[in-house]
Write a protein that binds this ligand. Structure first.
Ligand code: GDP
Length: 463
C-alpha cells in the first residue's frame, strides 16, 4: 500500500495487481533501499523550515531592507525612482542598468536595500509563505490626497508583520498639499509624529523636486540603527526569492535577498521545488559578483526551474541534498508542507485550539458595506474577548473582501468577517486555495453568536 500511495502521489493510477515497467520499479526499489532516508527527507525539510538559533557573538550589523507601500497614485514608484536617481554615482550615470527587482542605495557610506515592487500585497504575499522580507516600510501618503483605503490597508499589513513604519508625505511641491492634515488623519491609526508626543517619523518629500529625499534616507538609517539589525555572515546562506523568471538565453534567473550567511558562486541551493548550483551572480548595479552578504539582493543563474517569489532558499552542502529537498517539496506538495508548518485558523476548530492552549488571540479582519457597520461589528466582536482568548481586529474597512484582505488573513492566521458584502472573485479563489475562513453575515447578531459559540465549542458545523 505504501508503494501504491507513493505512485498515486506521483500521479500514477495503480492498484495492487498493476505491473510496473522495470525501470520504474527499479527506481522505486532504489528509493526503498533506504526507507530510513525517506524518513530523513521529511526531517531535513522540517529542520530547514525552522528558524535556526544564532549565537549572538557571530552577529554583525547588516543593512536595512525597506519596502514602499501606500495608496495607488500617491507616488510609490516615483519615490523609488527619485531615491535611485539621487544616489546614482557619477560612474554609473547614463548607463542604464538592468533592474533586478531590488536596489542597493549608498548613503554616506552606509547602504539601504530597497525592494522595487511597491505595494503591500507583494510584501504580505511573501510573508504568507512564512518569509519576512522587510525591516522597514515607507508609507507613502500624498499630501494633497491624504489617508485613503489602501493607505489603511498598508498600515495594517505593516503592523501585522510587526515592522517599523516611516511615513513619507509625498507631493509637497503641490499647491494643494496639506502636511498637517495628513499628520492629523494618521493619528487615528496610531501613527503619531514625534513633535506631537508620538514616536513615528514623518518625512515630507517630493519625488518630483527631490526635496526631502536625503532626509528620508537619513531617517531610514537612523531607524535601522535603533533596530540593531544583525546577521551572521559566516554560515550557509539563507533568504528569499524576490522575483524570478525564465530568461531565453540564461534559463531560470532569480533575484534573491540573502538574509543570513553569505551566498557564493558555486554554492548548491534548494528553493522550494527548484534546486541548482549558483553559476553566476549579478548585483543590483548589474555587476558580476562572487559573493553576497546579508541584506544583499543578487540575481542568480543556475536553478533547474523558476521558483516562486516569496519562496525561501537555502544553501546546502552538496547537490544531492539540494535535490532531495526540492524533490521532497514536490512529492509532498507545497500546500501540505506549508499547512504542516502553519496552523490555519478556522472558527470550526477554534475551541479545540483554545483547549489545547495553542491560541491566545483570535485575529479577525472585518469588511462591511458602510463605516457605521464596520465600527458596530468591530466593537461587538471585541467585547467577546474573555480570559482565555483575546479577539484582535487586525484590519477593518469598507468595501468587498479583496485579495489584500485574504493575503493578510493568510499571513497572519486571521479569519475574515464580511458584513453585507461578499468577496470579489479573485479573493474568493484565493481564500479557497489558501484555506482562509471567510464568514459572511447580514445581521450583526449572527456574527456575534457564531464567534461566541465557536469560542465555547458550540458552533454548528456548516456543510
Ligand atoms: P504609485 O501608484 O503610488 O506608484 O504612484 P506613481 O509613482 O505612479 O505616481 C502617481 C502620479 O503622481 C504620477 O503622475 C506622478 O507623476 C505623480 N507624482 C508622484 N510623486 C509626485 C510628487 O512628488 N509631486 C507631484 N506633483 N506629483 C507626483
Amino acid at each position: 500500500t505504501a508503494l501504491i500511495k507513493k505512485l498515486f502521489l506521483a500521479g500514477k493510477m495503480v492498484n495492487v495487481n498493476s505491473e510496473l515497467p522495470f525501470d520504474e520499479a527499479s527506481e522505486i526499489a532504489l528509493e526503498y533501499n533506504c526507507i530510513a532516508e525517506e524518513e530523513e527527507k521529511v526531517d531535513v525539510i522540517e529542520e530547514l523550515l525552522k528558524e535556526d538559533e544564532e549565537d549572538e557573538k557571530d552577529m554583525v550589523p547588516r543593512p536595512p531592507v525597506v519596502c514602499v507601500m501606500g495608496h495607488v497614485d500617491h507616488g510609490k514608484t516615483s519615490l523609488l525612482d527619485a531615491i535611485r536617481q539621487t544616489k546614482v554615482t557619477s560612474g554609473e550615470a547614463g548607463g542604464i542598468t538592468q533592474a533586478i527587482g531590488a536596489s542597493v542605495v549608498d548613503v554616506n557610506g552606509q547602504t539601504i536595500t530597497f525592494l522595487d515592487t511597491p505595494g503591500h500585497e507583494a510584501f504580505t504575499a511573501m510573508r504568507m509563505r512564512g518569509a519576512q522580507s522587510t525591516d522597514i516600510a515607507i508609507l507613502v501618503v500624498a499630501a494633497d490626497d491624504g489617508v485613503m483605503p489602501q493607505t489603511i490597508e498598508a498600515i495594517n499589513h505593516a503592523k501585522a508583520a510587526g515592522i517599523e513604519i516611516i511615513v513619507a508625505i509625498n507631493k509637497i511641491d503641490k499647491e494643494s498639499a496639506n502636511i498637517e492634515r495628513v499628520k492629523q488623519e494618521l493619528t487615528e491609526y496610531e501613527l503619531i509624529p514625534e513633535d506631537w508626543g508620538g514616536s513615528t517619523i514623518f518625512c515630507p518629500v517630493s519625488a518630483h523636486t527631490k526635496e526631502g529625499i536625503d532626509n528620508l534616507l537619513e531617517m531610514i538609517l537612523l531607524t535601522a540603527d535603533v533596530l540593531e539589525l544583525k546577521a551572521n555572515p559566516n554560515r550557509k546562506a539563507r533568504g528569499i526569492v524576490i522575483e524570478a523568471e525564465l530568461d531565453k538565453g540564461r534559463g531560470p534567473v532569480a533575484t534573491m535577498l540573502v538574509q543570513k550567511g553569505t551566498l557564493h558562486v558555486g554554492d548548491y541551493i534548494a528553493v522550494g521545488a527548484s534546486h541548482g548550483k549558483v553559476r553566476a551572480m549579478t548585483n543590483s548595479r548589474g555587476e558580476r559578483v562572487t559573493e553576497a552578504l546579508p541584506s544583499t539582493p543578487v540575481q542568480i543563474q543556475g536553478l533547474n526551474t523558476v521558483p516562486d517569489a516569496g519562496e525561501i532558499f537555502m544553501a546546502v552542502d552538496n547537490e544531492k541534498e539540494a535535490r532531495t529537498i526540492s524533490e521532497t517539496y514536490i512529492s509532498q506538495g507545497k500546500e501540505k508542507l506549508l499547512a504542516d508548518t502553519k496552523q490555519r485558523m478556522s472558527l470550526d476548530d477554534l475551541y479545540s485550539q483554545i483547549q489545547a492552549g495553542n491560541l491566545k488571540e483570535l485575529k479577525i479582519i472585518i469588511k462591511a458595506d458602510v463605516q457605521g457597520s464596520v465600527e458596530a461589528v468591530k466593537q461587538s466582536l471585541l467585547k467577546l474577548s474573555n480570559d482565555e482568548v483575546v479577539i484582535k481586529c487586525i484590519h477593518a474597512g469598507v468595501g468587498a473582501i479583496n485579495e489584500s484582505d485574504i493575503i493578510l488573513a493568510s499571513a497572519s492566521n486571521a479569519i475574515v468577517i464580511g458584513f453585507n458584502i461578499r468577496p470579489d472573485a479573485r479573493a474568493k479563489d484565493m481564500a479557497d486555495s489558501e484555506g482562509v475562513d471567510v464568514r459572511l453575515y447580514r445581521v450583526i447578531y449572527n456574527a456575534i453568536e457564531d464567534i461566541d459559540s465557536a469560542m465555547k465549542g458550540m458552533l454548528d458545523p456548516i456543510y
